[in-house]
Every structure is written in structure tokens, then in C-alpha cells.
Ligand binder design. Structure first.
Ligand SMILES: *[C@@H]1O[C@H](CO)[C@@H](O)[C@H](O)[C@H]1NC(C)=O
Ligand SMILES: *[C@@H]1O[C@H](CO)[C@@H](O)[C@H](O)[C@H]1NC(C)=O
Ligand SMILES: *[C@@H]1O[C@H](CO)[C@@H](O)[C@H](O)[C@H]1NC(C)=O
Ligand SMILES: *[C@@H]1O[C@H](CO)[C@@H](O)[C@H](O)[C@H]1NC(C)=O
Ligand SMILES: *[C@@H]1O[C@H](CO)[C@@H](O)[C@H](O)[C@H]1NC(C)=O
Length: 371
């Protein structure tokens, strides 16, 4: 815990000194970015310098390396002749720590591997730069490779962004006890205030043989409980994270969170008594979970507690991610290796200092929050 915290503070320091990363585009007539990827902090600039030919610097997504990202950046075509003096450039300002995927839009270039990335996860992540380049070549510059991508969904799907965290301190009164604590909250969630009168929310697991939780997305206050009741079949209630819907939280958390797990709860078809699993809500940050049986999660058997419906990390987006994820090797693992996960208790979100102005004030706040 303390080792992690210290590392987090060290990671913030270099970000206060903005760096410029020069990248040559098509130097020597080759269809490559050089370097092919950079690691950059928020505030840094990536300076693309266009060499002769006619290239672009166009943002795309991991899943569709050669398709412009809706709303993403695009330099447009930059024709440069061999005689040109003073090569034109195009600058991208780094505003987030998460990976940014880039390609050249000129016909045939992306399909030959002319792609670039900022902050790509390292190998062997399924979302490494190499995986991205391989996918660009495999799809040969088109929207999808005919062999792997599900055709009905590949055209427009954009992976939602990683959740953004804020830390909040609150005085909590519950029954006769009063304490001050630091919560990890979430953009758009209610403040971490407890229920005036705690209530129990009941969720039926696998009602009528369906692969679903009913209701699947609920709102609950601090101090409330949620009781999951298992119906026939053999389901679980397992906590995960937004970006990795079908994996136990413990497997993807970078902050050592374990998450709750009911284990398998087999119930026979003629059962008249149904096992239950109860959790207590300690925080208003969103809680995500799934059924660990077979392909149930891929079939959309997921739930959320306190999802923020107004943001990109809403319940519908979570269901969609679950259906697209592979329970054994989630395609989304790479994107959140640096992102804090939904949590309960006093864990400070890593993105908080990045979100703040990155001055000494932000660091002081972080220290205070930790102490
Ligand atoms: C650059 O490439 C684009 C797309 O292929 C093309 O429309 C444009 O005419 C080219 N510009 C020059 C000067 O070759
Ligand atoms: C890849 O795309 C290019 C055009 O961009 C085309 O000429 C070539 O035949 C394609 N290769 C394969 C293997 O489909
Ligand atoms: C549950 O999700 C639906 C959309 O899938 C949304 O309309 C509804 O507001 C959500 N309910 C809660 C309690 O978040
Ligand atoms: C429930 O599912 C788990 C995992 O598939 C399996 O190991 C277990 O044997 C099942 N239990 C019953 C009673 O079917
Ligand atoms: C709430 O806190 C209790 C006690 O620390 C813990 O056992 C429980 O798992 C927490 N609930 C959730 C949903 O994390």
C-alpha cells in the first residue's frame, strides 16, 4: 500500500515538466512513424514532422486501427515534395494518460503498418503497440478483418473511456458512530453521505432461468445492503471493474483490491429455498459485477450499483463491454492497467493528481489525503 502510494507520487513529479516528443512521419520514404510509439505525460506535446510523400496523423481506436476515431484529431493530408525545405509539423497535446492510437490515412499506408501510439501498454498486453500494428496489417486498412471482428458491431463501436476518479472527504454518521473518512468517489456520483434509514435491496439472480440479475442496475446509499438471491442453475455474484466486466476485481486491480465473490451457488430446478449473498454498501462509487459461470458474462449477465447514467461509464456501456469481452483473455485488459478501479474505503484515485493543476497544491492535497 505505502510502496504503491510512493510510486504514485513519484509518477506525478515528471509530469510537471512538459516534454516535447519529436516523431518523424515517413522519413526516408518509408511507411513508418519513427519512433513508432512514445510514453508521454499529461501536458507533454507530441510533435509530428512530415517527410516527403503525402501522409496524415489521424487518431483511431485500438479495435479499428485504420478508421478515424469519431471526434479524434486529424492533421489532414500533408503533401511534402522532395524539394521542400522546412518540413511541416503537427502537434498533439497529451491530455490523458490512457493510450492514444494513431494511423496514416493515405491509401494503403495503414494496412502496411503505418501506425503509432502514445502510452500503449507494454507487451504482452493484448493492447500493446505490437498488437495494434498487427491488427492494422491484419485488417489491411479496412474497417475490420473478415476473420475476427463481429461484423454487426465492429463498424461504430468505441471503447468507453476509463472511469475518472475524485477523492472526497466526508463525515459519516451511521447509527451511534461518527467518523471522518476519505472516500474514492466518482464523477457524477452522489456525495458519500449515508442513508437516513438503511434499506436492503433485493436482486434476483437468474430469475426464470434467464441469464440476468433482476434488477440489474440499482442505486444504493451508504449503509444500505444488497441481498442477491440465487435461483435455479449455478451462478455467482463476483465483483469486477468497469473496463474488465468479466474478470474478478482482484485480477485487474492495481491497488490490491480483492472485491466480493459469492462463489458458485448451484440451485436445483425444484428448490424451494434459495441461497443468498449479502453485501454492505460503504461508498457511492459505482460497483460492477458479473456471473462467473461459463459464458454468462458474455451473454450480458452483469449488474451495477450506483452507475452514473449521465456519463460514458453507464450501465448500458458496461453491458456492451461485457458482451464484447472474453472472460479468459479480456480484450480490454490493456486500457486500464494504469487506472484505479472502483473501490470502497480510503484509497486515493491515481488520476486525481493528474486531473488537478499538477502544481504543488495538488501534491499537498494528495499527501493530506493519504495521511
Ligand atoms: C494527398 O493525398 C490525398 C488523398 O489520397 C489526395 O486527395 C491529395 O490530392 C494528395 N495531395 C497531393 C498534393 O498529392
Ligand atoms: C490490401 O489493401 C490494398 C489496398 O489498400 C490492396 O491493393 C491489397 O490487395 C490488399 N491486400 C490484401 C491481402 O487484401
Ligand atoms: C438502469 O439502466 C437503464 C438503461 O439501461 C436506465 O434507463 C436506468 O436509469 C438505469 N437505472 C438506474 C437505477 O441507474
Ligand atoms: C457449478 O459450476 C462450477 C463451475 O462451472 C462447477 O465447478 C460446479 O461443479 C457446479 N456445481 C454444480 C452442483 O453443478
Ligand atoms: C464494506 O466494508 C466491509 C467491512 O470493511 C467489507 O466487509 C465489505 O466487503 C465492504 N463492502 C463492499 C461492497 O465492498
Amino acid at each position: 500500500m505505502y510502496g504503491y502510494t510512493f510510486a504514485a507520487i513519484l509518477a506525478v513529479l515528471p509530469a510537471t515538466l512538459a516534454a516535447t516528443h519529436d516523431v518523424s512521419v515517413g522519413a526516408g520514404g518509408k511507411l513508418v512513424f519513427d519512433p513508432e510509439f512514445v510514453t508521454a505525460h499529461v501536458g507533454d506535446i507530441v510533435n509530428f514532422v512530415f517527410h516527403p510523400k503525402n501522409h496524415t496523423v489521424t487518431q483511431s481506436s485500438f479495435d479499428q486501427p485504420c478508421v478515424p476515431l469519431h471526434g479524434g484529431f486529424d492533421s489532414g493530408f500533408m503533401p511534402v515534395s522532395a524539394e521542400t525545405e522546412g518540413l511541416p509539423n503537427y502537434q498533439v497535446h497529451v491530455t490523458e494518460e490512457s493510450p492514444v492510437w494513431v494511423h496514416c490515412q493515405q491509401k494503403g499506408h495503414c494496412g502496411q503498418g503505418m501506425v503509432f501510439a502514445i502510452n500503449a501498454p507494454a507487451d504482452p498486453s493484448p493492447k500493446s503497440f505490437k498488437a495494434f500494428k498487427d491488427l492494422a496489417i491484419a485488417t489491411n486498412g479496412t474497417e475490420s478483418s473478415t476473420s475476427t471482428a463481429p461484423p454487426e458491431t465492429s463498424a461504430t463501436y468505441i471503447t468507453p473511456p476509463a472511469p475518472h476518479w475524485e477523492s472526497a472527504t466526508a463525515t459519516v454518521t451511521l447509527g451511534s458512530s461518527v467518523w471522518t473518512t476519505t472516500y474514492t468517489s466518482y464523477d457524477g456520483t452522489p456525495p458519500p453521505t449515508p442513508a437516513a434509514e438503511p434499506v436492503d435491496h433485493k436482486v434476483i439472480v437468474g430469475a426464470d432461468g434467464q441469464l440476468s440479475y433482476n434488477p440489474a442496475n440499482i442505486s444504493a446509499a451508504i449503509g444500505d445492503t444488497v441481498t442477491f438471491e440465487f435461483r435455479p442453475k449455478n451462478h455467482t455474484v463476483t465483483q469486477s471493474s468497469f473496463l474488465n466486466p468479466c474478470k474478478p476485481l482482484a485480477d485487474t486491480s492495481t491497488t490490491g483490491q480483492v472485491g466480493f465473490k459469492s462463489g458458485f451457488r448451484p440451485v436445483t430446478a425444484d428448490a424451494t429455498e434459495f441461497p443468498q449473498f449479502k453485501i454492505t454498501i460503504n461508498d457511492t462509487a459505482p460497483i460492477w459485477g458479473y456471473c462467473g459461470q461459463g459464458n454468462h458474462c458474455n451473454s450480458g449477465m452483469v449488474f451495477s450499483i450506483n452507475a452514473v447514467e449521465s456519463g460514458p461509464n453507464n450501465f448500458a456501456a458496461f453491458v456492451e463491454l461485457a458482451k464484447r469481452s472474453d472472460s479468459t483473455s479480456s480484450a480490454t485488459t490493456g486500457t486500464d492497467s494504469n487506472s484505479p478501479k472502483p473501490t470502497s474505503g480510503a484509497v486515493v484515485g491515481l488520476t486525481t493528481p493528474y486531473k488537478a493543476a499538477l502544481g504543488l497544491g495538488a501534491l499537498a492535497t494528495l499527501f493530506i489525503a493519504i495521511l
